[in-house]
Ligand binder design. Structure first.
Ligand code: GTP
Ligand code: MG
Length: 136
């Protein structure tokens, strides 16, 4: 059994979509193992997004993630890392496939960073690293 880190980002929490997003994860058959509402520090976000440091969207991304509370979730299931990425849809919510979280619930809001509702770890290494950051 595999585990992944899912974040409901500040746009998802602010729009009242936490329940709808968690519901899709549960309906797919995955298990919510641990869950918390957090206001992450800049340090936590810098560690979480270390791979993006220096990219043009890095600062807007951190500002966005600091703009309100986030729901951090430890999710378990066979192939859940790949499965949740598929459920979330591609990064840009405008073109993410209908049927996915981003495709059904997200859009472009004309701001500097893509507000795309959720984060999901992209590999077993990322999942272990990110779960350690958010649930240590
Ligand atoms: P996460 O699950 O949040 O990691 O999304 P992802 O894996 O689909 O995207 P990635 O890790 O490449 O980027 C992290 C986050 O930065 C994205 O979810 C977006 O919020 C933002 N982002 C990524 N690429 C771009 C971009 O090209 N432009 C803008 N404006 N934002 C971006
Ligand atoms: Mg990513």
């Amino acid at each position: 059994i595999e585990e992944t880190l899912v974040l409901v980002k500040p746009d998802g929490v602010a729009r009242g979509l936490t329940g709808a997003i968690l519901s899709r994860i549960e309906a797919k058959g995955y298990t919510l193992v641990d869950l918390k509402l957090v206001e992450p520090s800049r340090d936590v976000l810098a560690r979480h997004y270390a791979e993006h440091e220096g990219k043009p969207f890095y600062e807007p991304l951190l500002e966005f993630m600091l703009s309100g509370p986030v729901v951090a979730v430890r999710v378990a299931g066979d192939r859940v890392i790949e499965g949740f990425r598929s459920l979330a849809g591609t990064t840009d919510p405008t073109t993410a496939a209908p049927g996915t979280i981003r495709g059904d619930l997200g859009r472009d809001w004309g701001v500097a960073v893509q507000q795309n509702l959720v984060h999901g770890s992209d590999s077993t290494e990322s999942a272990a690293r990110e779960l350690g950051i958010w649930f240590s």
